[in-house]
Design a binder for this molecule. Structure first.
Ligand SMILES: *[C@@H]1O[C@H](CO)[C@@H](O)[C@H](O)[C@H]1NC(C)=O
Ligand SMILES: CC(=O)N[C@H]1CO[C@H](CO)[C@@H](O)[C@@H]1O
Length: 728
């Protein structure tokens, strides 16, 4: 028998020899540096405590550095062959359920949500095999209304997309930035569909503003009857409405082709029951979809993350349906991409290095983690199935003719699966579905899938599959990282710690890979130490590094330079700009001394006593001034948050120490030459240069988002306090 050709191939990313050589030399440098620290501890009273602190911080960095090598050692890239898939299966493909989760019509505007919905309805895939579900945790009639509008508009939009094969298929994104390449379709049709779209968004936006649905619209769909005056977002019955049912008159587009099934779901909410945030919504979606379409593949995306590539389903199937490897694969993760980053990315949100290097590195170790969006799962595996060689997926599941149940009956059945009490005394949230009680529910769920024996695959095609909205203010960025670091740290310190729970179940390399993120939070303390104590030492005449003429200075300089040169090289290779990299370095420090510190404190607080988990939805809207500043790449402070105080205190402290230290050295106060302090001066100087935008925000900027005077005052106070720290 002819050996069937693979549906995907895996190739190693090049440049590893250079990388590994670099890594070995850095490792040698680190060992020398630690040897120096251990053997030259000064006498008590001459900076011994500070020295030991440096030793601890450097030791920690070294351990962490070793762990991070796991995600860089041998990255791989995947390539799919959609033509072979088409040859082999034609249109005989499995059905796909697509889950979109939204939480609040104020921070996630319904017009944004439906653009995402329309983009995933318009996949280049047989429509009768797609079912799209919107989970609305806001339980808002406004979102339902927008979805109803989208179900009407889809009748024009889907045939338009398919006829002219346009990309991207989110109408918002398509009309926003494609002025140039509308050549594929006749101008008349284009302006017709554009007008339709603009009228629709206008109707939706006005309705959302007014907060009320006009009575005549309510007559159009029975679903509106679900809402009465008593319903609030935190207290309502389960609502499931099938807007397009995939059969019948209502379900065809302008060309007479069937439309994808479209379902609105708001699971029951009652104040006395905990709802488990997004994980709870996902689990309700898994159950509700099982009585409506029950497709074997589930794609979930965040409501702001539209499809930028209409072939993504076929791409993902190349992995699942591959004869040789497909049966091992539990999920296929696509990268997160943001479409509204500025060129030099002031908040360091470009996750290109993570997307192109780290995720690719994890892929070779057993698979990337599940990151909660842009991920194709196999339903059975998400629901807790363990790996077994003999298990054969039923790819026809869901397509098999169901008993012609009445739509009303189906909705009632679905509602009963979305109640508050359904999960009581079941394994949902534990062994089945997305796990509860963790603020990064996705990571822990993915880890459990890996530990049940499945692999995952990372697919990063040339043209991005999904585009989302990144944070556009400092506060949002820090909040997001706080949640991530806190969640990952609490996994690390729980029974799910990769080194314990996953021991023997996944490769050591993957255990280390998970720990890279699990240990984010614990980087905060050494970093805080490193950005303060050497500078204070400089101002008080305590040397903490070898003098520049000593051979021991070499490993310090080498490790420092090499790390930065390599990270710059990596960033440039991944498409960042030089300035973007520089901004990224600043944010790296800022995140560590704020978000990660908070993440660490919160995790420890939770370990010590029960405390309620909070989940903050990051807003996807911003006001005009904010947007303008964002586009000009001006950092948004503006509030008197504690993060702001930490950031400005550290910045100011370094400035004062640099000036103070240098002037004392120059005037010869300590009888020590500059040589002894050169490395400290360089470190402190680098910190000052990195922090220039912070000084500007404190002293020069006059706009609303500069650092408030109260924060500046507070940080002056803290700097004075910091000088009371004895460097002994
Ligand atoms: C998104 O898709 C458009 C066209 O469909 C393409 O030009 C663009 O490069 C894609 N974005 C990314 C980040 O790949
Ligand atoms: C939703 C959102 O905030 N989108 C913004 C992303 O950034 C671009 C500018 O870079 C804005 O035009 C969008 O409104």
């Amino acid at each position: 028998m002819e050996r069937r050709r693979r549906l995907f191939e895996t190739e190693k990313v090049g440049g590893r020899a250079v990388y590994r050589f670099q890594a070995v030399t850095v490792a040698a440098g680190i060992l020398l540096l630690l040897y120096y620290r251990v053997t030259r501890v000064p006498a008590a009273g001459e900076g011994r405590a500070a020295w030991l602190g440096m030793l601890a911080a450097e030791f920690w960095y070294s351990v962490y550095w070793v762990i991070t090598q796991s995600v860089r050692w041998c990255p791989v890239r995947r390539r799919t062959f959609k033509d072979r898939l088409a040859q082999r299966y034609g249109e005989e493909l499995p059905g796909v359920d697509i889950f979109v989760c939204t939480a609040d019509p104020q921070s996630e505007p319904p017009s944004l949500v439906i653009s995402t919905i329309l983009s995933v309805m318009a996949y280049n895939y047989p429509s009768e095999k797609i079912s799209v579900y919107l989970s609305d945790d806001g339980g808002s009639i406004l979102t339902f209304y927008a979805l109803w509008e989208a179900s009407m508009f889809a009748k024009h939009w889907l045939p338009f997309c398919k006829r002219y094969n346009i990309e991207p298929r989110s109408p918002a994104a398509y009309f926003l930035n494609s002025e140039g390449h509308h050549d594929r379709c006749p101008p008349k049709e284009l302006s017709f569909i554009k007008d339709l779209y603009e009228e629709m968004t206008k109707r939706i936006d006005t309705t959302v503003m007014s907060g009320k649905i006009p009575e005549e619209i309510k007559l159009n769909h029975k679903g509106f009857d679900e809402w009465n005056s008593e319903i609030t977002s935190k207290d309502h019955q389960p609502i499931v409405q099938i807007l397009i049912d995939g059969k019948g008159q209502n379900a065809v587009d302008d060309d007479g082709n069937v439309l994808p099934t479209l379902v609105y779901m708001a699971r029951e909410k009652r104040p006395q029951y905990h709802h488990n945030f997004k994980a709870g919504a996902m689990n309700a979606l898994i159950r509700v979809s099982s009585v409506i379409s029950d497709n074997p593949i589930i794609l979930n995306v965040d409501c702001d993350m539209y499809s930028n590539n209409s072939d993504s389903i076929r791409d993902a199937l190349c992995f699942f349906l591959d004869e040789e490897m497909g049966h091992n694969i539990g999920f296929v993760q696509y990268p997160q991409n943001y479409n509204n980053l500025t060129k030099n990315d002031i908040y360091g949100n470009s996750i290109q290095v993570l997307n192109q290097v780290e995720m690719a590195g994890l892929d070779s170790a057993g698979g990337p983690p599940y990151v909660g969006t842009g991920c194709f799962h196999r339903r059975e595996i998400l629901c807790g199935r363990r790996f077994s060689k003999d298990y054969k997926e039923d790819w026809n599941r869901g397509i098999k003719e169901k008993a012609q149940a009445d739509i009303y009956e189906i909705e009632e059945k679905a509602k009963s699966l979305a109640t508050c009490t359904y999960e009581h005394r079941t394994q949902w949230g534990n062994e089945i579905g997305i796990k509860y009680d963790c603020s990064v529910e996705d990571i822990i769920t993915g880890l459990a899938i890996h530990c049940r024996g499945w692999e995952s695959v990372y697919n990063n095609p040339q043209r991005a599959a999904f585009m989302g909205v990144g944070p556009t203010t400092l506060a949002q960025t820090l909040l997001q990282h706080k949640r991530w670091s806190e969640g990952n740290c609490s996994i690390f310190l729980s029974k799910y710690c990769p080194f314990l729970f996953a021991h023997g179940k996944i490769k050591l390399q993957l255990q280390m890979g998970y720990s890279v993120y699990g240990l984010w939070a614990s980087n905060s303390l050494p970093t805080l130490y490193y950005v303060m104590i050497p500078s204070l030492g400089l101002s008080k005449g305590t040397p903490l590094f070898p003098e520049i003429m000593s051979p021991w200075a070499t490993p310090f300089i080498y490790v420092f330079c090499m790390k930065n040169v390599y990270s710059l090289y990596e960033a440039l290779l991944c498409g960042d700009t030089l300035k973007g990299w520089w901004n990224g370095q600043r944010m790296w420090m800022v995140r560590r001394i704020t978000s990660y510190l908070y993440g660490l404190i919160d995790t420890i607080r939770k370990l010590l006593g029960p405390s309620k988990m909070e989940f903050v939805v990051s807003p996807k809207v911003s006001d005009e001034d904010e947007t303008k500043r964002y586009k000009q790449e001006v950092i948004e402070f503006g509030s008197s948050s504690p993060e702001c105080v930490i950031i400005s205190t550290v910045a100011l402290l370094n400035l004062v120490c640099l000036v103070g230290g240098l002037s004392q050295i120059m005037t010869g106060v300590w009888n020590m030459t500059l040589n002894v302090f050169i490395l400290q001066v360089i470190l402190c100087g680098m910190l000052v240069i990195t922090n220039i935008p912070i000084y500007e925000a404190m002293f020069l900027r006059k706009d609303k988002a500069s650092i408030p005077f109260s924060v500046t005052l507070a940080s002056i106070g803290f700097v004075i306090l910091a000088f009371l720290i004895p460097i002994v």
